[in-house]
Design a protein around this ligand. Structure first.
Ligand SMILES: [Zn+2]
Ligand SMILES: [Zn+2]
Length: 266
């Protein structure tokens, strides 16, 4: 098999893994729960009155598929470094202690949260925003299909954390795929537009420092707060944390039916 054929096969494998574990499974799961099943009480959990429109969801899916295609290119290139033994990735489970996958998973969460907070603040910097991050913010009321809705420049930033993980943290490929799925699920939750942690539960210390749906939803409607991915720690330390939508946000919003045809305020 020529090098080009081998790389084409690798590209297809990465494209499939990222598409399924990083996009279709997590986004499809939250789409089914909050937009399709008609579970009693779901509508009462909506955070904003405005809801995703067909046009905004089409935009999210189109940009997410381009992101998957680009991520697969970056993954194929990174894979060459893995094959050359230049990264921390391992393939033999017996090389490290049994707890290594769990430690790697936790380290990935902490590193990713820090990376995401600071790069997210960076791409909100006015000179960069239109070129890098404005596309993701076209969704004022995001849907789960927005989780990979990035402009091409932002895919480089978003993939950067996976390069860092592969080079710095000893991880089995299956641990990394599990993390990709976990990251997708947390992201899809953050974009589902419905809060499923009750106000009482949110007073618990655990939820005081973890990001709930309301936080990222507020980020989409107000732009200047809640830059964190998993935790609220960086936001609290640097004064960008916000917990409740001001009344003006929902009163100014328009009422749309789920995935309806009305035009959103983009
Ligand atoms: Zn978002
Ligand atoms: Zn943003």
């Amino acid at each position: 098999m020529s090098i080009m054929t081998a790389m084409a096969v690798e590209y297809l494998v990465f494209f499939t893994i990222i598409l399924v574990a990083g996009y279709l499974l997590p986004a499809g799961l939250f789409h089914c729960i909050f937009f399709r099943t008609g579970i009693e009480g779901v509508d009462a959990r909506r955070i904003q009155q405005r809801t995703p429109t067909r046009a905004s969801v089409r935009h999210e899916i189109r940009h997410s598929l381009v992101s998957v295609a680009l991520f697969a290119v970056y993954a194929t290139i990174t894979w060459q470094a893995v094959k050359a033994g230049a990264t921390a990735m391992y393939f033999d489970w017996s090389v490290y202690p049994w707890w290594t996958p769990f430690a790697g998973f936790l380290a990935a969460i902490v590193l990713h949260d820090t990376y995401f907070y600071w790069t997210h603040r960076l791409v909100h910097w006015a000179p960069l925003f239109p070129w890098v991050h404005a596309g993701h913010h076209k969704s004022l009321a995001p849907s789960p299909w927005a989780i990979l809705s990035f402009q091409p420049a932002e895919t480089v930033v978003q993939f950067g954390i996976f390069v860092i993980l592969v080079f710095l943290i000893p991880m089995h490929p299956l641990t990394l795929v599990a993390y990709l799925l976990y990251d997708g699920i947390v992201n899809a939750a953050g974009h589902c537009g419905h809060e499923f942690i009750s106000k009482k539960q949110r007073r618990h210390w655990f939820f005081k420092y973890t990001t709930v749906v309301t936080h990222h939803d507020l980020h989409h409607s107000q732009f200047n707060c809640n830059f964190g991915q998993y935790f609220t720690v960086w936001d609290r330390l640097f004064g960008t944390f916000r917990d409740r939508p001001p009344e003006a946000d929902t009163s100014a919003a328009t009422q749309h039916s789920p995935l309806g045809t009305e035009t959103d305020r983009h």
